[in-house]
Design a protein around this ligand. Structure first.
Ligand code: ARG
Length: 469
């Protein structure tokens, strides 16, 4: 049974048919397709297109079809072009020709976008949960590891001592922004296309507002032409997922570096490493490498769909069928990867003594400049003077703590013996006590802040909308 055979005289080319069909992947939209059809049948009944009996008959059978999908007993057959066709074909099998009334006033163009949006709105919430899971790991690590000092890097060169808790939380906030972005995307996705029909809107007087509320949307899409072709939600989702990928990649890259023998700051838990088939001594951070690798794939999904959309004219074109696979893949990738990253980070062992030993006093030279600033020297000049201190130490082949107070005083008389305290990593860390800084007090405050923020995103999905509480 095809949905559109009336004007055709020849059989379709089998290969072309298979090429055209999307049932292989869009059956993932079965639940949404059926729920949208149930709501549509009710809207048709309200518009007096279906009798109450017909409507109930259709809805009961649709519910049965939904159960068949849930139990995986639904049989897809070769002539099912896509999920919409498959459901309608099955409805015919169950109730006969009344099934043909369901598609009144609708097109697969508004149907597919409706289903896809409904599906994505559910998945956004799943991904939000998964992101929150990783955020919680970061908070737990920050609390557990408080007091442990590590070298902080810029340009991958040793820069300044920081608390590792501060570093863990530096991976918390990007995820908070990801969650906010997804939340906003949810709002933009929640426009109902149904009622737009092929492109011009339906002739049936359906109440699209009521339909929208019934299906968990926030409002009907305001322009039928836009509604059937708009895939911004898919693009935006792929952007969100690419960026989440980048955030995970950044974390992974650091873990890969820090677990290498050269850094030796972290030790990977056995449960999250893999051996080498050749070299018996190897313990590889494959998981983090794959996460880094998959972030490239996620970016590819985004550029792929944008390239597809770029050449399209207005309204529905079959190219749009290409929207689903990248989004499905991105969702699957994120839902697999995020909990694993959380667990693997949770299982990392730290080597505080190695991290501390990697901090040399020159990393605190800026503290000495600030010291002179405290004594009235303009920062630029202080910076220059400390440069001279570093040069003197380098020329003698010693560290900053090995120069004597007298040596310092040759460069500036303002130096006194209290300068050495500033070259102590612990003291250095505690002096960075600004909001958002790395001191224990600032980081403890940040942990509290993070705990407040983490709960601020909630989806109130009881029918109509996701609301920020
Ligand atoms: N399988 C199609 C898709 O995913 C459904 C919409 C088809 N519409 C049409 N007019 N052929 O985009």
């Amino acid at each position: 049974m095809k949905l559109w055979g009336g004007r055709f005289t020849e059989q379709p080319n089998i290969k072309a048919w298979e090429f055209n069909a999307s049932i292989g992947f869009d059956q993932r939209l079965a639940k949404q397709d059926i729920r949208a059809s149930i709501a549509w049948a009710k809207a048709l009944a309200r518009a007096n297109v279906l009798t109450d009996i017909e409507q109930q008959n259709i809805c009961n059978s649709l519910t049965q079809i939904e159960e068949e999908f849930e139990k995986a007993t639904f049989q897809i057959i070769a002539s099912d072009e896509d999920i919409h066709t498959a459901v309608e074909r099955r409805l015919f099998e169950l109730i006969g020709s009344d099934a043909g009334k369901l598609h009144t006033g609708r097109s697969r163009n508004d149907q597919v976008s409706t289903d896809f949006r409904m599906w994505l709105m559910e998945q956004i919430q799943q991904i939000d949960q998964a992101l929150e899971g990783v955020q919680k790991v970061m908070i737990t690590r920050a609390e557990k590891d408080i007091g442990i000092i590590m070298p902080g890097y810029t340009h991958l060169q040793r820069a300044m001592p920081i608390l590792i808790s501060h570093w863990w939380l530096s991976h918390f906030w990007p995820l908070q922004r990801d969650r906010q972005r997804l939340f906003q995307l949810y709002q933009r996705t929640a426009y109902l296309p149904l009622g737009s029909a092929a492109l011009a809107g339906t002739t049936i007087p359906v109440d699209r507002r009521m339909l929208s509320a019934e299906l968990g949307f926030q409002q009907p899409a305001p322009n039928s032409i836009d509604a059937v072709s708009d895939r911004d939600f898919a693009v935006e989702f792929l952007f969100c997922s690419a960026l989440i990928g980048i955030h995970m990649s950044k974390l992974s890259e650091a873990v890969i570096l820090y677990t290498s023998r050269e850094f030796n700051f972290f030790k990977l838990g056995d449960a999250f490493t893999t051996g080498s088939s050749l070299m018996p001594q190897k313990k590889n951070p494959d998981l983090f490498e794959l996460v880094r690798g998959k972030s490239g794939t996620l970016l590819g999904y985004l550029t792929g769909l944008m390239a597809t959309l770029k050449g399209l004219p207005s309204t529905y074109d079959k190219d749009l069928q290409e929207d689903k696979v990248p989004v499905f893949n991105a969702v699957d990738t994120l839902l697999a990867l995020l909990p694993l990253v959380g667990d693997a980070v949770d299982g990392l062992k730290l080597k505080p003594e190695v991290m501390l030993a990697a901090i040399d006093p020159s990393m605190m030279a800026t503290n000495l400049a600030d010291y002179l600033v405290g004594k009235g020297i303009p920062f630029r000049q202080a910076h220059h003077l400390i440069g001279e201190v570093v040069l003197m130490a380098n020329n003698r082949g010693v560290g900053l703590t090995e120069l004597r107070t007298k040596d310092y005083q040759k460069i500036s008389e303002l130096f006194e013996s209290d300068l050495y305290a500033l070259l102590d990593p612990k003291i250095s860390v505690e002096r960075h006590n600004v909001f958002g800084g790395t001191s224990t007090q600032a980081v403890e405050h940040q942990i509290k802040h993070a705990k407040e923020e983490i709960i601020s995103i909630t989806y109130n999905n009881q029918e109509t909308k996701g609301e920020k509480s």
